[in-house]
Structures are given as structure tokens and as C-alpha cells.
Design a binder for this molecule. Sequence first.
Ligand code: HEM
Length: 381
Amino acid sequence: MRAKMTPTFTSSRMREMFDSVFRCTVEMLKYLDAGDTDQILEVKELMAKLNTDVIATCAFGIDCNTFENPDGRFRQMGKRFFNLKWWQKIMQMLVFFAPKIVWYSRISMLGKEMNDFFYGIVRDAINYRKENGVVRKDFLQILIQMMKEDEEIGKKDKSEAPPDDGTRLTMMQLAAQVFVFFIAGFETSSTTASFALYELALNPDVQKTLTDEIDDILAKHDGKITYDSLGEMTYLTKVIEETLRKYPPLPVLFRICTKDYILPDTNIKIEKDTPVMIPVYGIQRDPDIYPNPNKFDPERFTPENKAARHHFAYLPFGEGPRICIGSRFGMMQTKLGLATFLSKYEVSVCDKTLIPMEYDKRSFVLTSNGGLWLKLKRRSK
Ligand code: HEM
């Protein structure tokens, strides 16, 4: 399934989806412009709204405009997934430590309402496109095409049809993939963009360098943010990379050891089949790897500085065969969200800003305690 999904995220696909993402950022600006010149805002919720819209349009083909409908079903479902009930959290732990129990118990981890909502949306969108000949440049279209190809092969020659072992793209499989894109895509990107704004508020000099870059590049492109102008914003990339170092949205990675292994220079053996947790947050704040690790310094991500570190000292997207499949899309939507925002607004700390940072200990995604409150000011240019 993973091999099937990989072509969904090529550069040319990203370029095709750029306009859809861009339209969502325009809605964000309209929403902000309708407010006061100076505002105190919870920026995690702002970015969650933006990225809910981005994934809803690119994955489900639905324009839900969460800025106008903050209580829309997509936003509600997103919130619900990241505030699971106690028994759902236990199921989550079981998925890792004892997956067979979850599989054989046939209990749905999400609950019927969420299952029905996402399955229903995908089924209706597919039927609508079929009946009305609608073709869009989004993830759903790519998956519909793959499902069609699987069906066609099966019709022509049954022996060549993909086996019915979970790799054949059925409607349920397709709905599951789209759901994963939604969950994996909107929270991680919102976390990244909002922690970036938090650090920019704490570091006005970094914010100034970044807004200068955005202004200069936009001036060269008639004031327009395009796929190409975004590509030229290299300091913005460094700011996001440094944010992902200090605040990896998934602070721990999970693996299962596939062969007996002795940790180098120790007599500690990890036996085959042992579940392993990799402390990404700890590695990325290790002073031996990143001197003065609590300092926010985008220059750690110049090509030379990157090359000087061990490749696995930076793991915000994971590593190996299960590395994040949507990292390019995640970077594109985070860059576009921040560039659009910073082209018109600046951020600073206010009385409600959490300094120093505290995390919500019950959340499996890195989350601040009580939100990320910042002061926003419309820029005078
Ligand atoms: C800044 C944004 C993002 C971050 C930080 C992030 C981070 C991660 C991490 C750490 C993993 C686990 C990798 C591992 O175990 O080695 C992962 C997996 C995954 N991500 Fe992302 N992600 C982001 C955006 C996205 C987006 C936008 C999508 C899809 C639209 C996406 C789809 C996935 C999928 C499908 C997997 C599972 C891959 C597999 O198990 O084979 N991610 N992501």
C-alpha cells in the first residue's frame, strides 16, 4: 500500500495542488483582515483551521472553509481525534504493544460516528465525480485513478488482478488512506507553523530577517506568492527546519526490532521483536549534537552545518522505509501558510504567551499547555 501511495507525493503533484492550498491561505487572510489591526490570537487554532481546509480540499476534494464555519464537521472530527477518550487511548497503546489483540477484537479505534463520517464523505465525493464527470487535481483523484486501474486489471485478466490481501485499492481502503492523510497531515503541519510563530515572537531579529526575505522575493514576483517564489525562500525553510528540531510534532518514533542487536560500546542487547521507542525530542535537544540546544538558531540548517551532523541526528519526519510519505506536502503547506501570514502580519509576545514553554503531558503530538497565544499586528508597508 505504501509503494502504491508514494507517487501521490511527487514534486509535479505538489505543484498541481499548490493553487488549492493557496486558496485556503487567502481565506485565512480574509479572516484576519476582518479583525482589528492589533489582535491577541491563539495561533495553533488559526493554523489548525488553515490546515483542516488544506487537507479537506486536497484529500477529500471538499471546500469546507473552516474560517467561516469554525464548528464545521471536519474541524470537529479533527479535534475529536486528538482528544480521544480514555478507552481509545488504551487501544492506541495496544496497537503498538499488542496489535493482534486489537485486530482480533475487531473493535473500531475511532468509533462508529467518525468511521461513518469519513467513509461517507469519500463515497459521496467519488460518486459525485463519477456521475458529473468532475476531475480535480487532488489526492482523491489520484487514488480514484488507482482504484480504477486495479478494477480494470481484474476485469481483463483475473490472474493479474492485485490479490485481495489489503493491497488492492477498494473503496474502504481508499477511504482509509484519505483519512490517514487528513490525520497525519493537518495536526503535524499546524503544530509546526504555530511553534514557528511562537519562536519568531520570541526572536524579533529572526522574524525581521525572515520578513525581509519574504518582502524581497515577493517584490521580484509582482507581490505574488507562487510555487516558484516559495521555492526561493531559503531562510523560511531554515526557520521551519529549526522549528522541527526544537519541536518535533511526533516527539517519539516507534519501531519493532527485526534482529538481535547489541548497542555499540555496551553489553545491552535488544532482542528481535522488541518494541523500541526512539526519543526524537531528546536527540534533537542533545547539547553534544546541537550546542546550546534551547537557542532558536536557523543557521544550524545551512548546507555545511547539516552535512557536519550525523544524518539520523534529525528525525522530525522519521527515517527509513516508513519515513513520512507527505513531508514535501507538509513543508509546502507550512511554508505557504507562514509566508502568507508574515507578508501581512507580525507577531510578538503578550501576557498570555507561555514562557517558558510547557507541554501537555497527555498528548501524543507535541502540544503546548493551554494553547499558543500571541499578539498580531498588521504590518505597515
Ligand atoms: C510538518 C509536517 C509533518 C510532519 C512533521 C510529519 C511527521 C511524520 C512522522 C514523524 C512520521 C513517522 C515516520 C517514521 O516512523 O519514521 C510520519 C508518517 C506519515 N506521515 Fe507525516 N508528517 C507531516 C506531514 C504529513 C502530511 C502533510 C501527510 C499527508 C498528506 C503525511 C502523511 C504521513 C503518512 C501517510 C505517514 C505514515 C507512513 C508509513 O507508515 O509508511 N504527513 N509523518
